[in-house]
Design a protein around this ligand. Sequence first.
Ligand code: FMN
Length: 463
Amino acid sequence: MTVVLGVGLRSGTPYDELRALVDSALASLEVATVGQIVTVDTKVDEPALLLLAAELGVPVTSSPASVLAVQDVPTPSASVERLAGSPSVAEAAVVLAGAVLVVPKRRSANATVAVGRLVASPYPPGERDVVHRVLAERRDIRRGFVDTPIADDVLTRVLASAHRAPSVGLSQPWDFLLIKDVSTRRKIYDLAMAQRDAFAASLPEDRRNAFDGLKIEAILDTPLNIAVTCDPGRGGRHVLGRHADPRTTWFSAAIAVQNLWLAARAEGLGVGWVSFFEPGEVSAVLDLPGHVELVGYLCVGHVTSFPETPELVQSGWASRRPLSWSVHHDTWGQRGLPGAAASSITEDARMAPEVIPGGVQLVEIVVTGNPDTAALRRPEALVVSVDTVTPVEHFGIAWRPARSVDEAVEHGVELVRDLGLQGVGRIDVSFVDESAVAAGLVRGLELGGRACGVAVVKGEPGL
Ligand SMILES: Cc1cc2nc3c(=O)[nH]c(=O)nc-3n(C[C@H](O)[C@H](O)[C@H](O)COP(=O)(O)O)c2cc1C
């Protein structure tokens, strides 16, 4: 570990005294190499300090007392302030050097030392803001594409950024198939339209009407489509980090898509991800080798503008989830932003003022211990299984295996709040399961619904 040594000392401090103090401070650290000594301007020529620097073979950097005086330090001292013009010299000089204090101030009769560990510096504020800006302003684009060709150097930069994505065991399982051919794209478009119709047919009527107005692809409106693929066997048998969780290969390919998306935004290129496909059908049209799988199908081109908010938010189809709902502290369910008091969403819902229901979409929730697949024939039905056994995979089944009644209540609160984000305004609940956890989940739905403006109407238990 390379450390910064902060030193404050009276004029004429003997070298042996200073050296003994420094050695005792460094002795408390595992392995420490001093990278530099820092102090106040007025002490930079002190003989003991210069000898120490020469012995350690490191430079001395000094700062004015007025600059040290404004550093935030753990042990400021009024007497040091009187003598040196700053309430701290050793600690303040370490903090000013951008180091994190690992040994706070130690003192001898005439000197003080503090030790700090250097940490990697963040980007300067202006550059850091640009990174966060790209993340915030990346959009999924389906409209407003123009036929301006994408310059080769721009596309190469975007692909190079995608190709820098992290990957499990550095397996780099992705490839990028650039598709310009219009006849190929027409076939892909037809596949997307068929899936669009299938999805529309699966929706309850009000949701289908809302979906009719949404554009879900720009396959033929863009000069370029990119199929991002995954070769799950890339890297052979012993890819580091993959053996216990094979999904990591697909995660890696998805991160490459995200890198591409962000780099494209920085280059002024819009990207729209289309997933209205059965991936095998796309692979067949693209004539992919059997071992290569489709991960993302992207429509790419220059655009007239980037909307500030996601199109699905603008159209009222869905809303963004607050970050504080998604951050848990040590224990699942203790949620809140860093630095804020963590709380459970059940408690939050209890304390929240009532919100008058506004949305229109109706969901019929069937709470059950044993998923009643007959209910799934109704498109508005969502079967909530509180059973401990994993149910069959079906988007119409929400599995909420609560380990206690309290947890069931919390699941109910979360479920209704998340349905509210997807435009649900009313939930009709029936429960076939009369267990305490099922009742708890329904209580959570009612509690959460009150707090987020979703009307929850309860039928009789056992119906
Ligand atoms: C895996 C994935 C698949 C997506 N599939 C589609 C799609 O088929 N059609 C579409 O219009 N948008 C699709 N999107 C875009 C999302 O709707 C979009 O990311 C979301 O609404 C948030 O908007 P934003 O990306 O502009 O922030 C997809 C996004 C992801 C990550």
